[in-house]
Every structure is written in structure tokens, then in C-alpha cells.
Design a protein around this ligand. Structure first.
Ligand SMILES: [Zn+2]
Ligand SMILES: [Zn+2]
Length: 245
């Protein structure tokens, strides 16, 4: 049974999520519209392609950083970040299908509040020349990837995604289910990137998160949380070895 305060908080959160979604779809028009650059050149179109790719890759890295922070640091009671990041990620380990029951706003509203902040700050980026074009397109690409992260993550947990989604997963343009399934094994300490998962092999190879954890432990003395929740190693109906579960 939810208290009045809980209900009030939920309504406020939903209103903020709607505002975030609306701004995420409208502010990019302003960010890109302010670029003062000749767009009818090959260099401009190459800059746009590279900027979009850079932003999309950066969103995969940022998704990994936020996911890693939620999985490994703090508790559900940590100020602000506990209920918004730590709790959802850790509950997701024990009930990985819960995310598939979220509607569009529940799935994407949270991230849109973050992308709105990035988009507003990106209005301060240079407006002129190819560098300005690259930075602004990269900012919009980053926000598109962040906006879509929870949606891609949700699709990776669906038992029977629509054909178009399966195709995007098969082409590895978005997070594939069998790739993400490798994260869902206790102690949930690998493959944190959940937009496309493109960076996971590289970050694993250079032991990126292990080095960060070692450094944080050395500096603060705090040890990372180790989740021993046993959960079937299945995502999207696909087992970690890629076979159908
Ligand atoms: Zn996790
Ligand atoms: Zn997951």
C-alpha cells in the first residue's frame, strides 16, 4: 500500500519524465539548427557521420559507467543515487524480466531527464565550422544512444522481440540478447555496456573496470559490492552460450 507521499513522489517523477521525453525530442532541433556551416560539401557529411558515430559509441561507454556504478558501488540507501540507480540495477539481477513489463515512459523517462541536461549544455558548444558541427552532432548522437539505452536493454530481455528488433540485434546495431546474457551471471562483473555492447570486448581486454575498482579501493579503502544473487543466466530467451533457452 503506497502512502500519500509515495504517490505524490511518483506523480512528480512521471511529470518530470514526460518533460524529459518532450525536451529530448525537441531540443536537438535547436542544437543542430544553430550550426552555421556549409552542409552541401563532402567534408560536412563526413563530419556528420563521424560525429554521430562518436556520440553513439560514447553513449555505450556512459551506459557502462552508470551500470557499473549501480552494480558495484553504494547501497540502495545512498543519497539520491541509491533509489534511482543502485536499486533498479540490483533488482534487475534478481528479476531480469521485470524490465519487459515497463511501459514507454517507465522505460525511457529516467534517461531522458539526463539527456535533457546534456542537450541544454550542448547549446553552449561552438556554432561555427566543422568542429562545431562535429561536437553538436556528437552531442545529439550521445543523447540518442542514452535515450535508447533502456529500450535496447529491455528488448534484449524480450522472449520474442519483433522481427525488426531481432534484425537490429543480429546486425549488432543495438544490444544483442546473447551478448547481454553474459552480464547476467553472478557476480555480474562484466559487460556493463548496454546501449550496443560494442565497447565490452575492448574494456574487458584492457581490464578497464578492474583497474577503476583497484584505484577506487586504493584511494578510498571501500571495496566494490559483489552481487551473489543467483539468477538464471538467460536474457531474451537466449542462454549465455547463444543457444535457445
Ligand atoms: Zn548489472
Ligand atoms: Zn539486463
Amino acid at each position: 500500500m503506497k502512502s500519500e507521499a509515495d504517490r505524490g513522489f511518483l506523480i512528480l517523477a512521471r511529470v518530470c519524465e514526460w518533460i524529459g521525453i518532450t525536451l529530448t525530442f525537441t531540443v536537438p532541433v535547436l542544437v543542430l539548427g544553430l550550426v552555421q556551416c556549409e552542409l552541401n560539401t563532402g567534408a560536412a557529411w563526413l563530419t556528420i557521420a563521424l560525429g554521430a558515430l562518436a556520440g553513439y559509441v560514447a553513449s555505450d561507454w556512459l551506459s557502462g559507467m552508470v551500470h557499473w556504478a549501480g552494480d558495484r558501488w553504494g547501497t540502495e540507501k545512498t543519497f539520491m543515487l541509491g533509489p534511482t540507480i543502485v536499486k533498479p540495477f540490483r533488482e534487475h539481477h534478481s528479476d531480469q524480466k521485470e524490465i519487459t513489463r515497463h511501459n514507454f515512459v517507465e522505460t525511457n523517462g529516467n534517461n531522458c531527464m539526463g539527456t535533457t541536461v546534456i542537450l541544454v549544455f550542448s547549446l553552449l558548444l561552438p556554432e561555427e565550422g566543422l568542429i562545431g558541427l562535429f561536437l553538436r552532432v556528437a552531442a545529439v548522437g550521445l543523447c540518442f544512444g542514452l535515450f535508447a539505452t533502456n529500450q535496447f536493454h529491455k528488448w534484449a530481455h524480450l522472449d520474442a522481440p519483433p522481427l525488426a528488433i531481432r534484425l537490429l540485434q543480429r546486425l549488432h546495431l543495438i544490444l544483442p540478447a546473447d551478448h547481454h546474457a553474459k552480464h547476467h551471471q553472478a557476480p555480474y562483473d562484466r559487460d556493463y555496456c548496454i546501449t550496443t555492447g560494442w565497447l565490452n570486448p575492448l574494456l574487458r581486454k584492457v581490464r578497464y573496470f578492474e583497474v577503476l575498482e583497484w584505484a577506487i579501493e586504493r584511494i578510498t579503502g571501500a571495496a566494490p559490492f559483489r552481487d551473489t544473487t543467483s539468477s538464471p543466466a538467460v536474457a531474451g530467451g537466449v542462454a549465455v552460450d547463444g543457444s535457445l533457452a
